[in-house]
Design a protein. Structure first.
Length: 314
């Protein structure tokens, strides 16, 4: 693949390829103000020539793909793999974006999370529960610390956390939506960003991804009212019995790197890491969080971002 590739996103699960290209001239850059999309359906893949014509028309000739004549000599499967390999090569040259997200605060770990964000000068995203913020003056103070810290953005994780009865909670989608609305108002949240308790569901910028649970209708209602709903790619698991980390720093670090290197994330070069607030009430876990951040900061191409900025595109 030749030419200057400004950006290219690949969601393997849905076989959706998105290309966006430009060069240094303003006219060509303005010609591609939005992302162009193409789906590899069966009809296109039966004809590599048709596929390449479609790609060329979408990108206005600003990216040079392999010649159609050569593609006609290989199978559609080989043509698709050739394009994937070209995309991967371009993606590996681009910066990587890491979103450190902490669910279920404010809790006793919030104080440490807030302090570590400041100490390490990294952006973090806190998905908060309204009920927790009103359980004590101390927790209300932790909420305010989050709201006052420019390195923290506070988002909506519902008011009740579904009372930990997720199937019942989402069965009443209107009630679930009202629970989020109450949390947004009660905590004074300014970002319309949400994560559903007990569900790994995504709704943003027209993209929809749901897990096997029953929260999709609630997610749709939030999205239609202006929220971005985010799940996660990698989870740093917590031990349900001890409240401490269930895996080592090195394991978590390697998983994050593997997801970025292998494009296992929902969108390439963007990895959303899920953690839980109460895990960092423990001194050992706090030390592990610092160590994880230090490990990631060794890579100059890694950048820490807020979920409100997801995804970073090229």
């Amino acid at each position: 693949m030749s030419g200057k590739l400004l950006g290219c996103f690949l969601a393997l699960g849905s076989s959706l390829f998105i290309f966006n290209a430009c060069n240094t001239t303003a006219s060509k850059a303005s010609a591609l103000a939005g992302l162009d999309t193409i789906r590899y359906d069966e009809d296109l893949m039966e004809s590599p020539a048709l596929l390449m014509d479609k790609l060329d028309s979408l990108n206005k000739g600003l990216i040079s793909f392999p010649a159609v004549d050569s593609l006609n000599k290989i199978t559609p499967k080989q043509a698709k793999q050739l394009l994937k390999d070209s995309i991967y090569r371009e993606l590996r040259k681009k910066p990587k974006h890491i979103y450190l997200t902490f669910d279920d605060g404010p809790l006793l770990g919030s104080d440490a999370i807030d302090s570590i964000a400041t100490q390490k000068q990294v952006k973090i995203s806190a998905f908060l529960i309204g009920k927790h913020a009103r359980m004590s003056k101390r927790l209300t103070g932790f909420l305010q610390r989050y709201l006052d810290n420019p390195l923290v953005e506070a988002y909506n994780h519902s008011y009740t956390h579904a009372h930990h009865r997720y199937q019942t909670f989402y069965a009443d989608s209107t009630g679930a939506f009202a629970d989020f609305a109450k949390a947004q108002e009660d905590m004074g949240l300014t970002h319309k960003v949400a994560r559903l308790p007990g569900r790994n569901i995504w709704r943003f910028d027209g993209l929809k991804r749901s897990d096997s649970g029953n929260g999709a209708t609630t997610a749709e209602m939030l999205y239609n009212s202006g929220y971005k709903v985010f799940g996660w790619d990698v989870e740093w698991r917590i031990d349900g019995n001890t409240g401490k980390s269930a895996q080592s720093v090195s394991d978590t670090y390697r998983t994050i790197r593997r997801f970025l290197d292998k494009n296992y994330t929902l969108l390439p070069n963007n990895v959303v890491v899920l953690m839980h607030d109460d895990m960092f009430n423990h001194p050992k876990s706090r030390a592990q969080l610092r160590a994880l951040i230090d490990s990631l900061k060794q890579h100059p191409e890694y950048h820490f971002e807020f979920m409100s900025a997801y995804p970073k595109k090229y």
